[in-house]
Design a protein around this ligand. Structure first.
Ligand code: UDP
Length: 409
């Protein structure tokens, strides 16, 4: 299967986004893209489905093509043992202890070596997304083009041994991109700050008809007569669905409501099943809690769940950016989220949502929103506008084009 042509098939153009943008944005995109016509940009990551990076690349790749770049997207070929290793790396970026054994280093080096031919020889820009494909920077000296490491996770508490192992590769790149300035690491190369974005025209975020909503909800058997609280996330400890259950149980005793925990697997996340099993055990068939284990292509389902929920929670312990929050805000929903990582750029407390740390605070915010629909509406309205201005794909494309132009100087 030629996945690049598959992802290019969406016949969107940048003009389709004009209704969402501020005056001058389309002109800015035109002007910047004029200097980059025909430039080959290759994105490499570790999965076509599941998780934030895949979500971003699904929209960004065709959009870059639509303004005259030659964008392609390739995925590492790797065994389960590699993903076990890089998932442990992921957790160690977020501060978890890691015993970085020689075996892990060797697995990483070997998979890297097996994938060196993945890099396009004619690429003007090679973008390595996150830590999984970072080893490919080995190949940089053998070909031209600018190499970029795009760090989508919060590296502030990265394990020291891991960082000394990986920074050797990252330092070879011409530039590093972080979601925000607070994440910058000293690699001795150029640094850019580029938060991601959601695509307002994708299946995950487009407007849906009442008929589509009804058809999707018919498959889920959710109650219609009580407010629904939702968290959408991979089943991952760092998303802390367990804490959401605790807060919900405290609230639902006083205010009848229903909790939906929707998630699914990602090809590069081998821990999901274990976390899901633990979660089901904790919930113990509670009649007011629904766990939905969705397929990786359930974009419309997630869209409908987000649009029909009354409150959306994101209870992450750590969060690089948190696209699920962006998606929820775009749907004008009241969001309660933890004050961590990129969530802080999105949820401005009492303005575009509510920030809550720990079970008691989360429960208090849920109660407040359930009892105050006017506040919920107002937060949702401002949240959507905040996302429209900063975190939708045309803005992201503009920022990418500025970055590539700058890197070419
Ligand atoms: N997502 C999905 N199915 C799931 C769980 C998540 O499609 O079962 C999507 C979600 O809608 C969002 C992305 O995966 O677009 C998750 O990105 P985020 O930045 O929130 O977290 P990550 O998974 O990258 O840590």
């Amino acid at each position: 299967m030629d996945l690049n042509s598959k992802h290019d098939k969406r016949s969107i153009t940048v003009l389709d986004y004009a209704p969402f943008t501020d005056p001058g944005m389309m002109e800015g995109i035109n002007n910047l893209s004029a200097g980059l016509q025909g430039a080959v940009i290759q994105h490499i990551n570790s999965t076509f489905v599941g998780g934030g990076v895949a979500e971003i690349l699904q929209s960004l790749t065709p959009l870059m093509n639509s303004v005259g770049l030659q964008a392609r997207w390739d995925v590492l070929r790797a065994e389960c043992s590699f993903f076990e290793c890089t998932k442990a790396f992921h957790n160690a970026f977020h501060g978890e202890d890691l015993d970085l054994t020689e075996e892990m280093r060797e697995t990483y080096r070997q998979t890297t070596a097996d994938n060196l031919d993945l890099v396009a020889e004619d690429a003007d820009f090679v973008v390595l997304h996150d830590q999984q494909p970072l080893g490919l920077a080995e190949r940089k000296d053998r070909q031209g083009g600018k190499w970029i490491w795009y760090c989508h996770i919060d590296p502030i508490n990265v394990d020291r041994d891991l960082w000394s192992f990986l920074s050797r590769y990252a330092g070879r790149c011409d530039a590093a991109i972080y979601h925000m300035a607070e994440y910058a690491k000293d690699l001795g190369n150029r640094q850019f700050f580029l938060p991601p974005a959601i695509d307002p025209l994708s299946e995950k975020n487009r407007e849906v008809t009442e008929g589509e909503c009804a058809a999707v909800l018919a498959g889920f058997d959710l109650p219609q007569d009580v407010p629904v609280i939702l968290q959408v996330s991979r089943f991952d400890r760092l998303k802390n669905p367990f804490g959401v259950v605790d807060a919900f149980l405290a609230v639902t005793e006083e205010i009848p409501s229903h909790l939906v925990l929707a998630g699914g697997a990602a090809d590069d996340d081998p821990e999901g099943q274990e976390v899901l099993n633990e979660l089901l055990q904790k919930i113990d068939n509670h009649p007011s809690i629904t766990v939905l284990n969705l397929s990786p292509t359930s974009h419309l389902e997630i869209n409908v769940l987000q649009r029909t929920a009354d409150i959306i929670v994101q209870n992450s312990v750590r969060e690089g950016f948190g696209l699920t929050v962006t998606e929820a805000l775009w749907k004008a929903k009241p969001v309660v989220a933890t004050p961590v990582g990129g969530i802080l750029k999105q949820v401005i407390h009492e303005e575009t949502g509510l920030l809550a740390l720990g079970t008691a605070e989360l429960a208090a915010c849920l109660r407040r929103l359930l009892l105050n629909p006017e506040l919920a509406r107002e937060l949702g309205r401002k949240g959507r506008e905040h996302v429209r201005k900063k975190f939708i794909t045309p803005v992201y494309l503009y920022n990418w084009l500025s970055l590539l132009t700058e890197l070419n100087k």
